[in-house]
Design a binder for this molecule. Structure first.
Ligand SMILES: [Zn+2]
Length: 213
């Protein structure tokens, strides 16, 4: 091989994102899997919804954890903190929930729009409720998102923790409205009524539902 070619190859390999050991140890002939029809449709839906996103390469981690058919949301009109890999159906439900439920509810109950949603993240390789022995959480499949707070254009910060049982009836109504809307858009919706582990956030996932609490 000519020196230039080798250099080019070296540079190319340096560009390949670092993957976990399990994947790295496999032979290099892992086929590139085309996105299936449902995932392609989901990408098309995001594009039609004017969502800017990046398609992430499929990744399998240890312990059954994965990011398959996942995307990274870049911009869909409302900034959201801490979003990592999300399966495309989760991203589609989440962006629609934010645009079609959270923003209208904020206008209705808070008289302002939401300029920032604060999340506790998406991907996390852990059992349900973080308790060993439980089955793998949908977070371990990049199929869940935890939402903790909302910042309004007029400068308020509404947290699930303080707002759910707030003295302010409009804050309570806002949070209940979007929790309920989440339940109808995601497979599973959990909030402060579910258990004490969800006192400070809404958990939404696209696993086996429906379940709403
Ligand atoms: Zn969660």
């Amino acid at each position: 091989m000519r020196r230039g070619t080798i250099l080019a190859l070296l540079m190319l390999s340096a560009c390949i994102p670092k993957v976990d050991q399990q994947t790295a140890d496999r032979p290099s002939k892992v086929p590139i899997v085309e996105a299936d029809a449902a995932t392609r449709q989901c990408h098309a839906d995001l594009t039609r919804d004017a969502v800017e996103f990046k398609i992430l390469p499929d990744r399998r981690f240890g312990g059954g954890c994965s990011a398959l058919g996942a995307v990274q949301l870049i911009d869909f009109g409302t900034p959201v903190t801490n979003l990592g890999a999300m399966t495309c159906p989760l991203a589609r439900a989440f962006t629609r929930w934010t645009k079609q439920a959270v923003q209208p509810a904020a206008r209705q109950w808070l008289g302002s729009r939401i300029v920032k949603v604060e999340s506790f993240g998406t991907y996390s390789c852990r059992p349900v409720n973080g308790q060993s022995g439980n089955k793998l959480s949908e977070h371990g499949r990049s199929n869940a998102v935890d939402i903790a707070a909302f910042v309004t254009e007029d400068g308020r910060r509404i947290t699930v923790l303080d707002g759910w049982r707030s003295d302010d009836e409009e804050v309570r109504s806002f949070l209940r409205a979007i929790h309920q809307a989440g339940c109808s858009r995601f497979a599973i919706g959990l909030g402060p009524e579910a258990n004490s582990l969800h006192a400070d956030h809404f958990h939404f996932d696209m696993g086996n539902g429906p379940y709403c609490r």
